[in-house]
Design a protein around this ligand. Sequence first.
Ligand code: MN
Length: 200
Amino acid sequence: MVFELPKLPFETTALEPYMSAKTLEFHYGKHHQTYVNNLNNLIKDTDLAAENLENIVLKTAGKEDKTAIFNNAAQAWNHSFFWSCLTPNGGGALPEGKFKEAVLHSFANEEKFKDELKSAAVSQFGSGWAWVVADKDKIKILKTGNADTPIAHHLTPLLTIDVWEHAYYLDYQNRRPDYVQTLIDKLLNWHFAASNFSAL
Ligand code: MN
């Protein structure tokens, strides 16, 4: 299988002024593309060339001799997922339904849930990701370092925030908390998270 860069679910200008076209041109067009290219080169003529992306992540997770493949496969998966977590006119209140009910069962209230997500995103030391995941009927928040991904730990991702510097440095420089707060207020696609939860 040769992997391709998936299409963005919006125009590169669609998230302005909160995430610039310039950021997306580099983040999607250069960084994400490079993970896909590296992965294709690394799996060429190996047994993994026959596998889908999720299986490659699962089969290489925790294997020291497969670190480069894991890193590029997991980053390819994480970024494809991340683009669907963003939408123009996103953020704001959680949509009514099963996902919101589960959030309210797992956290004191919606505000606490979002505070915990922000705190995970801001406190991840160095590069990584903050996640909303489903663990059976519970909603949990966690963070992962570098390329690590909940799918490698058999958890179901519902939503993620990329906190690598390449995700925000052009627009926010070192102000990661401002970037995270802006995503929470303006860009997060809670309908995508809710549909991932409904699909379980
Ligand atoms: Mn990224």
